[in-house]
Design a protein around this ligand. Structure first.
Ligand code: PGA
Length: 252
């Protein structure tokens, strides 16, 4: 079984309701007839309900940008898995570097979110990646291993299509500096081997690993040509339909 490439747009804290509706409609229209790849968009929470209506029945998948592990209760500022499911949203970005670095989310907290998502049938896009100082200090693989082993601790995977990983070097996010194809593939291969240690081999081989960090219409083809890169998590370039369309239509 082949891994189906996934192109995921992370809108972060952008878009008014009207902008979200228009952008989602444009994404739906450029995705018509696509069968060999999946497309997902993650609008801000405020636009999820609106975008859900636009993407319904189109095949474009909807994700939240974070998720709580509890069903309900006194968790001010958090969104429960059931609230997302009610909207037809069955994916969530977890452990994004902005959550980790700006909002102080630890590996342990990220693991809690992962467990919650899996328990309630939400497919996580589990993000991890090294900082520039860590890369320059030769610690990249050690950092990735720590984040992955901690983030996926006690997470059982039965259906490999229900867990997505995203390698996002912190120094490449929103900076215009992309990891070279070689740097990205090296990290992805390392992650794949780690998954092979952690999970049954047939499962580990099927788990998709996306690359994220300044992916754009110019670099997407070369990145996605790498054997262990199974898609892209796209920030800035997902906010404009022209660039996102070109990324969706990457050529391998
Ligand atoms: P970027 O963001 O494409 O703007 O670098 C990627 C991400 O943060 O997911």
């Amino acid at each position: 079984m082949q891994r189906i490439p996934l192109i995921a747009g992370n809108w972060k804290m952008h878009t008014s309701l009207a902008e979200a509706r228009n952008l989602a409609a444009a994404v739906v229209s450029v995705c018509k007839g696509l069968t060999d790849r999946e497309v997902m968009i993650a609008p801000p929470f405020t636009a999820l309900a609106t975008v859900a209506e636009v993407v319904r029945g189109s095949g474009v998948r909807l994700a939240a940008q974070n998720i709580c592990w509890e069903e309900q209760g006194a968790f001010t500022g958090e969104i429960a898995p059931g609230m997302l499911r009610e909207l037809g949203c069955d994916m969530a970005i977890i452990g994004h570097s902005e959550r980790r670095h700006i909002f102080g989310e630890s590996d342990a907290l990220v693991n809690q979110r992962m467990a919650g998502a899996m328990r309630f049938g939400i497919t996580p896009i589990f993000c991890f990646g090294e900082t520039l100082a860590e890369r320059e200090g030769g610690q990249t693989m050690a950092v990735l291993e720590r984040q992955i082993r901690a983030g996926l601790a006690d997470i059982a995977v039965v259906d490999p299509t229900r867990l997505v990983l995203a390698y996002e070097p912190v120094w490449a996010i929103g900076t215009g500096k992309t990891a070279s194809d070689h740097q990205a593939q090296e990290a992805h291969e390392f992650v794949r081997n780690l998954l092979l240690e952690m999970y049954e081999k047939s499962i580990a081989r099927q788990i998709r690993i996306l690359y994220g960090g300044s992916v754009n219409s110019g670099n997407v083809d070369a990145l996605l040509r790498q054997p262990d890169i199974d898609g892209a998590l796209v920030g800035g370039a997902a906010l404009k339909v022209d660039s996102f369309e070109r990324i969706i239509h990457f050529r391998q």
